[in-house]
Design a protein around this ligand. Structure first.
Ligand SMILES: NC(=O)c1ccc[n+]([C@@H]2O[C@H](COP(=O)([O-])OP(=O)(O)OC[C@H]3O[C@@H](n4cnc5c(N)ncnc54)[C@H](O)[C@@H]3O)[C@@H](O)[C@H]2O)c1
Length: 378
């Protein structure tokens, strides 16, 4: 699966060309004159069930740029959901605008009505520029909004199970490489100790591992050290990646694994939460460079799937223990991908893609969720 970087969106493509080349089931352009809402909902695949993926609220320079992003991101969700083994296809939506200036309850309600009009083919959640409070508002006009607050019956902060899933992926890589499903005595470098990275540090320490971190935010480091004074702090992410590590966990932004980082890296395993870590894919791409250097790469979209698993559980009335049990399967799924990559002499990224594609090809659609009632504030 080739995903563009979050910060490298194509800017000059024509919308008509993009649509004519897309392999998506459905793309919906939404406009509400009363609130100024302009959004695009992209349903890439419902082969495995209703498409689920977040809504990004972002000030795209052009409509074509927004379209390129939503097509790319929704396709990525199909692979993530398929490889995570959840009964959902892939979808994503973008709202075009500045979330700090253009967001309003009326606009989010209007957006919810468009989501509702798809009758469950697409279930939305939070992404860059949207949060739990926004999902609460969107959920007032559609039943198909997940990632709402606990008070509204939602699952709340998805970083809890995202970090748990990344840790399961790390344990699987340890099993694959060192013959034991544990990071006891191992040195784990975490780049970015925000919501996910800081919880991941706790999991590693709890398992008897050593943690060294880097973050551009001094507050994030201070907060973490208050909780875990024993952690080591690297001067910068660059310093961190040059250290002797057993595991490197990118938990900040996309594009974490560029050529320079891969060449500098002294780690047996890369396993982290950040989306779109590989700067390039395919022959000669980052996944191959990692393999050539003997580094076991756990595909990001597999090991960070705990968030979407947590959010999708909400559709059945959120139950934390049930969701956590589902996220535990990230261990088995990661081992399956690493074993399959070794057996076929391909990279783990390619193996994960093949597994996802086979599941989608064999998948049977699940029935759509029932039609709900809806609120109206116009
Ligand atoms: N939160 C989730 O449930 C979830 C789910 C799936 C994937 N992800 C991905 O995981 C990553 C982390 O998510 P989060 O929710 O913890 O985000 P966050 O914003 O809470 O934390 C990110 C942290 O990275 C730090 N950072 C930014 N640039 C950095 C750099 N160059 N070097 C070091 N640190 C840097 C920030 O200061 C911040 O502390 C993101 O890529 C996100 O897309 C998150």
């Amino acid at each position: 699966m080739t995903l563009a970087q979050d910060d490298a969106r194509p800017k000059t493509l024509d919308a008509g060309e993009l649509l004519s080349q897309a392999d998506h089931e459905q793309v919906v352009s939404c406009h509400d004159p009363g609130t100024g809402l302009r959004a695009i909902i992209a349903v890439h695949s419902t082969a495995l069930g209703s498409a689920i993926g977040g809504t990004r609220f972002y000030p795209y320079a052009t409509y074509a740029e927004a379209l390129a992003d939503v097509l790319n991101l929704s396709r990525g969700m199909s692979y993530k959901n398929a490889v995570a083994g959840i009964p959902h296809g892939g979808g994503k939506a973008v709202i075009i605008g500045d979330p700090n200036a253009d967001k309003s309850p009326a606009l989010l309600h209007a957006y919810g009505r468009f989501v509702q009009s798809l009758a469950g083919r697409y279930v939305t959640a939070a992404d860059v520029g949207t949060n739990v409070a926004d999902l609460d508002l969107i959920g007032e006009t559609t039943e198909f909004a997940a990632g709402r607050s606990v008070e509204r019956g939602g699952c709340g902060d998805s970083s809890v199970l995202t970090s748990y899933g990344v840790f399961q992926g790390m344990r699987a890589a340890a099993q694959f490489l060192w013959g034991t499903p544990s990071v006891t005595g191992r040195r784990v470098g975490i780049a970015g100790v925000g919501k996910v990275g800081r919880l991941l540090a706790g999991h590693v320490l709890g398992d008897g591992g050593r943690v060294v971190v880097a973050d551009v935010s001094p507050e994030a480091i201070t907060q973490l050290r208050e909780q875990h004074p024993e952690i080591e702090v690297a001067e910068s992410t660059e310093h961190l990646t040059a250290m002797d590590l057993d595991v490197y966990a990118p938990c900040a932004l996309g594009g974490a694994l560029d050529d320079r980082t891969v060449e500098a890296l002294h780690a047996g395993v890369v396993c982290g939460a950040a989306n779109n870590q590989l700067v390039s894919e395919g022959p000669g791409g980052t996944a191959e460079r990692l393999a050539q250097r003997g580094i076991t790469y756990c595909p990001d979209f597999l090991v960070n799937s705990g968030g979407v698993i947590q959010v999708s559980d909400e559709l059945h009335g959120f139950d934390f223990d049930r969701a956590k049990a589902k996220v535990s399967a990230v261990f088995d799924h990661t081992l399956e991908v690493l074993d399959s990559a070794r057996d076929q002499a391909i990279t783990p990224a390619a193996a994960a893609d093949r597994i996802a594609e086979a599941r989608m090809a064999a998948g049977m659609p699940t029935p759509w969720l029932p039609n709900p009632g809806s609120a109206d504030d116009r």
